[in-house]
Write a protein of this length. Structure first.
Length: 101
């Protein structure tokens, strides 16, 4: 990761939700600085990274526990939901790539 790229949680409030079916939702309260091309999940480091339009990775910055890791491994997409005044105002989808090597 580029040292100039701070984790998403340092740019805004964000959270991740998942379930055993592989549904993954990232909630955030500010606009993400660029379009997300895909999301990568490293199964060894339990790190979730956003890959921006310019190819720059950005760590989500949230600890992923083993139960959530199992949920994420079942997923094939991530939904990003922008919250304003406690309401979802925009939802975007992205593909997830599982790194298991």
């Amino acid at each position: 990761m580029n040292v100039n790229t701070m984790p998403l949680y340092e740019e805004m409030r964000c959270s991740i939700l998942s379930n055993p079916k592989g549904d993954i939702l990232i909630l955030h309260d500010k606009l993400i600085r660029s379009d997300i091309q895909w999301v990568e999940f490293n199964t060894h480091d339990l790190k979730l990274s956003l890959i921006h339009k310019d190819g720059m990775p950005q760590d989500l910055g949230i600890d992923i526990d083993p139960v959530m890791a199992m949920n994420i491994k079942q997923g094939n997409k991530v939904q990003f939901a922008l919250l304003q005044d406690k309401k979802i105002v925009d939802v975007k989808n992205s593909t997830i790539v599982i790194q298991d090597y």
